[in-house]
Design a protein around this ligand. Sequence first.
Ligand SMILES: [Zn+2]
Length: 115
Amino acid sequence: MGKPSAERKAVQRAREAQQGIGKLEIHLSVREREILRRNCALRRPGREPYGADEYVELLILQDGERLERELKALHNRRCGKCGDKLPVTECCHDGDSQCWVTLGWHETKLKTNVS
Ligand SMILES: [Zn+2]
């Protein structure tokens, strides 16, 4: 016989606390929730869809890897104005078109065609 649901939840919460798992509340539009639900299934055709937690976890890890690669590539370049290693976050030439700070963040921001 299975454990009562309250007991199972308590066990689950204890396990998550032990693993340092925390809850994060995010606000999504109807459209975004629909995309999430649809893509959780589309990414696992013929298999049980990703759970929302799992899907978001994997996106975070995937973007972490991508950002690391992008930052490594940036470290090999320098600001055209001050010569500092990229990414430069502060520069007295901010606003100057030759200074990386002015437009450089477009290289690291998350890009999407969705508006
Ligand atoms: Zn600069």
